[in-house]
Design a protein. Structure first.
Length: 221
């Protein structure tokens, strides 16, 4: 006779926003998801670091404009002190400096507050799995910004990338998840992961958000 089925471990999330009218309802809504547990709510970046230190935490849903310590600085500090914790930005701001600053600091996802509950939970799950989710508006803005500020230089990528690795980078730059890349190239997700690991190692790419930036800079996306 088999024992009771164990429930999958829930993702432990910190919600950070300086406005209680946003922070508290968001935490309550996320807590309705079976696989997400909101373990703390923070009003600024300093409180985020305190909550993560008390841990364990898997993902921080991070506002950018907060007092004491803003979300970009908190994201950078998390990357230095707690690199295992993923950050998804959720903000009203989609200007060039905010987007590039957050992604450069190490955020794995970037959503605007127009995002619905499904978009937010999807981004949290993706970030916990080491993937990135960018709002369509954010991705379009990032594409336009990088193309304006950076000349298209294929030499920004190492010469020893294989044609398949370039294809994979192109599709990452277009925002496709691993499953979407596998379907597009008619290969398995395991093979996609192998190509991504090789690509990241050769090109010195940190994470998926960095891969999107590099794809755009190289004119592949």
């Amino acid at each position: 006779m088999s024992g009771p089925t164990e429930k999958p471990q829930r993702l432990r999330v910190v919600v950070a926003d300086d406005q209680a009218a946003v922070r508290e309802p968001l935490a309550a809504v996320l807590g309705l998801s079976e696989d997400i547990e909101v373990v703390a709510a923070a009003a600024d970046g300093s409180e985020v670091l305190t909550a993560v230190a008390a841990g364990p935490v898997d993902v921080v849903l991070m506002d950018l404009r907060m007092p004491v310590m803003d979300g970009t600085e908190a994201t950078r500090r998390l990357g230095e002190e707690y690199p295992e914790v993923a950050v998804v930005v959720l903000t009203t701001f989609a200007d060039d400096d905010s987007i590039l600053g957050a992604l450069s600091a190490g955020a794995r996802g970037y959503l605007t507050k127009n995002a619905g509950r499904q978009d937010i939970t999807r981004a949290i799950r993706a970030a916990a799995a080491g993937q990135s989710v960018l709002d369509r508006e954010v991705q379009d803005r990032l594409l336009a910004t990088v193309r304006t500020r950076t000349p298209v230089l294929e030499q920004t990528l190492p010469e020893d990338l294989t044609p398949r690795e370039r294809e994979v980078l192109t599709l990452i730059g277009q925002g496709l998840p691993n499953r979407g890349i596998a379907e597009k190239l008619f290969i398995s997700e395991a093979t996609v992961k192998t190509h991504i690991n090789n690509l990241f190692a050769k090109a010195g790419i940190r994470d998926r958000a960095d891969a999107v930036r590099r794809a755009i800079e190289a004119g592949l996306a």
